[in-house]
Write a protein that binds this ligand. Sequence first.
Ligand code: PMP
Length: 408
Amino acid sequence: MYSVSQGPKFVVARAEGPWLWDDNGDRYLDGTASLWYCNVGHGRTEIADAVHRQLTQLDAFTVYGDFANAPALELSERLAAHAPVADPRVILTCGGGESIETAAKLARRYWAALGRPGKTHLISRTGGYHGLHGVGTSIIGMDRFRTGFGPMVRENSVVPHDSVRALEEEILRVGPDRVAAFFAEPVIGSGGVYAVDAEYFAGVAEVCRRHGVLFVVDSVICAFARMGNWFGIERYGVRPDMIVFAKGVSSGYLPLGGVITSGALAEPFWDRPGNPFHHGTTYAGHPTCCAAALANLDILEREDLFTVALEVESQLDAAMRTLADHPLVREVRSGTGVMAAVQLTDEALGERGITTAEVFAEARARGVILRAIPHSLLVSPPLVITWEQIDHLVSTLRAALDAVAQRH
Ligand code: PMP
């Protein structure tokens, strides 16, 4: 895909804090924390040192069977201690998509182990993004990612992202005896930054519990302080059956992800040779990736980026809202977590033929990296961004919108 794309490349050569430099030495503000992951900012030598120490002590070894390593154990303990999940157990993976596969297979396998193998159907939300592996491609709430691959996981459906009633109706339509799990991000990220009402997730948790459907929270974007807490979902006061994480757990210094499941879900499999969960991957529990994650969590805690993120959230919200009056802008979505979206008007995207890619290019030419999806520009900066840098980001986005408006 990307590796076979043609044309000139934008070569990123160096990074420090919220800044990047290209191979010409030009500097850019990283308005997206790369792909939503560099929560502590770039260039943290503390993480590099931890990686070096781990590589020279124990580079890597499998965690299959009863094998373990100290960083994987410590990371699992630390995540479990903060997870809003009953009696939590941690399964480590190499990223978000792989964790979604793991959660979906565990959900189905759990019901099968309980003698209910018919419970295989997965429900997700419009605009939801869950990676692009097999299950993720099947349950993603954006058609453009689902089509053209032939049949994948067929037993799935998508419901509006903000309606508890629609979820319950869908569970009843499919039949509670067929539904395994419901997947939801605390705030929809890649799909365009859509937050829900404060009561939505309490309703979801209640409906799922009442109908015997597992509630899986995909916190790949929302965790590790991006919403001012550990896993994002704490903001809504509910305890899911599983939490999927990746990205900010290591701020992306090395790839890592995982699933935190409730003890009840793990119970049929945990340390039970007779009824195992036949699933796992080569690099799961990689000690060096875990060492990077531990150093990253040290920074999050020591610098209290949880509290910092709440301040950044309101600063970013205030700054982004100033764009609401721009003639090209239909809607600004911000104020829940350190992330925001600016959606262009239908007229701009339609009759005027403006694309978000043009706005992205204008902003980058002015030294700010944004993310473009078909209808919106997205921002999700590192949590260490300052007020001056937020101001620079937003005024550059305005200048990019002005430049594109003038051209059309
Ligand atoms: N879930 C969510 C909510 C995501 O944002 C992403 C990645 N953007 C994924 C899953 C997939 O993660 P990965 O790209 O590491 O497979």
